[in-house]
Design a protein around this ligand. Structure first.
Ligand SMILES: [Zn+2]
Length: 101
């Protein structure tokens, strides 16, 4: 055996890889099809950044803007942010006003 009769370019490996990809996609669908459908029914947006990962987000949250004092983190060096109550977001667009002092 000198390996000269082996498939070129790792052919069987590609077959196994494609089969595993299909199996993982099927598992992903099995795990998330139900939750995804429920999220859509609730009006949430479904984002799939990677296989087996979902981010469900309310579109209402998009109307909010990052909290400036905590930089959208919800916490400051002194603890939970009091401006956004730890949410990291504040309602609506904040207007920047300039004072006279
Ligand atoms: Zn804040």
């Amino acid at each position: 055996m000198d390996g000269s009769n082996m498939p070129v370019n790792g052919g069987w490996r590609n077959v196994v890889r494609r089969w595993l990809d299909a199996a993982l996609e099927a598992l992903d669908a099995l795990a998330f099809d139900g939750p995804d459908a429920r999220a859509v029914a609730l009006g949430l947006r479904v984002h799939r950044p990677a296989r087996f990962v979902r981010v469900y987000r309310s579109p209402a949250f998009d109307t909010r803007t990052p909290c400036v004092p905590c930089d959208g983190e919800g916490v400051t060096a002194r603890g939970p942010c009091r401006d956004c109550l730890g949410l990291g977001r504040v309602g609506g667009r904040r207007s920047v006003t300039s004072g006279t002092g």
